[in-house]
Structures are given as C-alpha cells and as structure tokens.
Design a protein around this ligand. Structure first.
Ligand code: ADP
Ligand code: MG
Length: 390
C-alpha cells in the first residue's frame, strides 16, 4: 500500500477530529456507528460531521461498511498512516515524506525528513494486509479482538521493534537510532548503506563473517536472538576514511580505504534466549549467514557452530544486562509478545528469510527501489487537531 500524503494538507481541523474519533471508536467497535463518531468528535450540529465524514471517505481514510446492521465506518490503513504522520508532524519528528526505499510483505519503508532536512527512515508496519481478507480461518481470530486485528497487530510490531531497537542502541549494538514511535509506525535514523544482499564482493569475507557471528553471540550474551538475521536485515556500512589520512587507508582492510561495519535492522521477530524455540531460532540465524557466505562469497568457515548451548554460558558475563528483561520492563509486555507471536505463527509471517526462494543469485532484479525524481511531499501546511490521542 502506498503512502499518499497528497490530501493531508487539505484536511480541516474538523476532519482531523473526526478521523481521530473513528480511531478511538474502533477500540471498541469493528464498525464505528456514525452517531458515535459525532459524539467522540464532540462536534454538534451534525452537518459538519457529515461533511468531514464524506471528505475522509472520499480520499479513503475511512471506509463505509456496507451490510452492517447500522450505518458506520472503519479506519483504513491510509487513515491510520495520516494519524501517525500528524502526530510526528506535531512533535517535529517528521516534516516531509520522500521516496519509498523498501517494501516488504509486512512493511513499507520511506525516507522522511525533519524540519531541517535531516533524513530519517519511517517504517510502517502492515501486518495482515494480505492475509486477513483471504484466510477464512482467521476470521474468528479477528472477531475475538475488540480492535481491528490488523491495526492492533501492526501496532504491536511497531512497539516491539521500537522497544528492542532502543535497548540495543543504548547498549552499543550497531542498530539504527530509534527516534519516535506512533501507532503502527516507527521513525529511526537513516543508515546510508546497502543490505548485504546487494553486495557482490567484499575484500575479506572471513572477517565480515566473523563480525556477524560475533554479533549473534553478543546478542545472546545479552539474552537475545534476532530471529531474522539474514542478508536482507544486515546493512553494510562502508566507513570512508578521509583521503588525506593515507596511512590509515593503507592499513585498512578495504581497498577503497574504508572498513565494513554491519548494522542490524528489523526486530519484530526477536526472541529471548529463554524462548522455548530458542535453539531453532539461534541455529537458523547462524545457518542463514553460513549459507549466504558460502553461496555469495564461496566462504566456508572451518569452525562448526556456534551453538546455543555454548552461547548460553556467556549470558550475563562481563556485566552484560538481560535485554529481554529490559524490554519487558520498558512496556512491551510478555503478553503483547505472545499475542504478536501467535499472530505471526498463524499468518506464517516469516520475515524476509530467503531460505525458500532459490532466487539467490539472480542479481539484476534486485533494484534499490528508489525513485530519485520524487519530490518530497511537505506535510507542514496540514491543519492540526488538538485532540490528544492516547
Ligand atoms: P521488513 O520487515 O519489511 O523486512 P526492514 O526493516 O527489514 O523491513 O526494512 C526493509 C528494507 O528497508 C531494508 O532491507 C533496507 O534496505 C531498508 N531499511 C530499513 N531500515 C533502514 C534504515 N534505518 N536505514 C536505511 N535503510 C533501511
Ligand atoms: Mg527485513
């Protein structure tokens, strides 16, 4: 789904109130009755509400639900996107939205900028966009939740990702800096690097391999397993050394005068090292790296493992904190983790693990997705609403 910010600047403050009212109403109603929308929005007189409802519906931010027993509306992903962007705009986290740089099964990634033009990344979680409408078995699951499940689960994924990125960042792991979170989205720093997947050649595969394995081990030492550690979720940052420091360039491991630093992204599948399936996740992460290095760089490590049983012994060593515990304390509870996990299992959300695809060496098809001629769309002129949304 494309993020279309064109209509944002044309929404009146009443429209924002009504949109917010639909969001609040959806906490308890799958279809929010029109009178309830008016009540929550606190807009008397009627005609204003109806005008707003029809303008919001016209641009697809809410949708009229047919065949319902009563007249009502539901929030669309577009509407939720606008609410999140409006929150960021008010807090000066995001000023303009630029190119889409990634699209996964379950997320959309955009480059955005703050007021000063500093680029950041907006990740929009879109769980359920494919599955919910098609898989009948999931209807009951949806019905059992008070709020629209796709919305709730996408929010959980964003909360989880933000919570993990925050503790990892605070403990010196090479991850983007988490900057803001709202609803089903997060804002983080932009890493100016390509995913490992797009890298054809490295000067010293053994050393990069060792770095990646030691990252897996360091995560374990802090009580965590990434769960989706693969060439799509590792960005390779090339640290350029200024041309005048010739000596360093000569000593560097990289011919262009830089070193390679892996940055890890994509955390909705992270698990604690105490998870019942920890060993499966750990082995899978290790295997992904081994397989990729063998196929892409023809590098095979002479050592077997590492194995979880060994990694477990390092937990808590050298003053390492249990970050799985810290995340729980930060508000992403065990219950939320379980809900998200069972959803992901049920929907077979499987990250972007490449194991099932044999498209490994196709090469050309994988563009970097950017369309450089897109002019960033400013959301600055948007009329804000003053409603606090919890
Ligand atoms: P998904 O859950 O869809 O796999 P990811 O978080 O892995 O989402 O992001 C998808 C792609 O977007 C990545 O492979 C990477 O190319 C790009 N990307 C994501 N976050 C960043 C970032 N902070 N900086 C630069 N590129 C990013
Ligand atoms: Mg990914």
């Amino acid at each position: 789904m494309k993020l279309d910010t064109r209509h944002m600047r044309y929404l009146t403050s009443e429209d924002w109130r009504v949109l917010t009212a639909v969001e609040m109403g959806s906490k308890n109603h799958e279809v929010v009755p029109t009178p309830l929308i008016a009540k929550i929005a606190g807009l008397r007189g009627g005609s204003g509400v109806h005008k707003s409802i029809s303008s919001l519906a016209k641009v697809g931010l809410i949708a009229k639900v047919k065949n319902a027993k009563y007249d009502g509306y539901r929030l669309t992903y577009g509407g939720l996107d606008y609410l999140a962007l409006n929150t960021y705009r008010k807090r000066n986290d995001v000023y303009s939205v630029g190119n889409q740089i990634g699209v996964g099964k379950e997320s959309d990634i955009y480059v955005v900028a703050d007021e000063k033009g500093l680029q950041r990344v907006l990740k929009i979680h879109r769980l359920g966009r494919i599955s919910f409408r098609t898989v009948k078995a999931n209807r009951d699951y949806l019905r059992n939740r008070s709020s629209g499940s796709w919305m709730y689960m996408s929010r959980l994924a964003a909360l989880k990702e933000y919570a993990f990125m925050k503790v990892l960042n605070e403990h010196g792991f090479p991850v983007p800096t988490p900057l803001a979170q709202s609803r089903h989205t997060i804002v983080m720093s932009l890493i100016d690097a390509f995913p490992l997947r797009q890298i054809r050649k490295v000067p010293d595969p053994a050393s990069l391999y060792a770095d990646l394995i030691s990252l897996i081990l360091r995560l374990a030492k802090y009580g965590l397993i990434h769960g989706d550690f693969n060439e799509f979720n590792i960005l390779i940052l090339e640290n350029q050394i200024p041309p005048d420091s010739e000596k360093q360039a000569v000593e560097s491991e990289h011919p262009s005068g830089g070193t390679l630093t892996p940055i890890i992204i994509d955390f909705p599948q992270m698990v604690s090292i105490d998870h019942p399936d920890a060993e499966m996740y750990f082995d899978r992460d290790v295997t992904c790296i081994k397989r990729f290095f063998e196929r892409r760089f023809h590098f095979i490590s002479s050592e077997s493992g590492p194995f979880l049983s060994d990694a477990r012994k390092s937990v808590g060593k050298d003053n390492s904190k249990r970050l799985d515990v810290e995340v729980e304390a930060s508000g992403f509870s065990r219950k939320m983790a379980r809900e998200l996990e069972s959803y992901m299992k049920e929907m077979a959300v499987d990250g972007d693990r490449p194991s099932n695809s044999q498209a490994e060496e196709e090469g050309e098809g994988e563009s970097d997705d950017g369309e450089d001629d897109d002019v960033p769309v400013s959301i600055e002129e948007t009329e804000g609403s003053n409603i606090e949304v919890g």
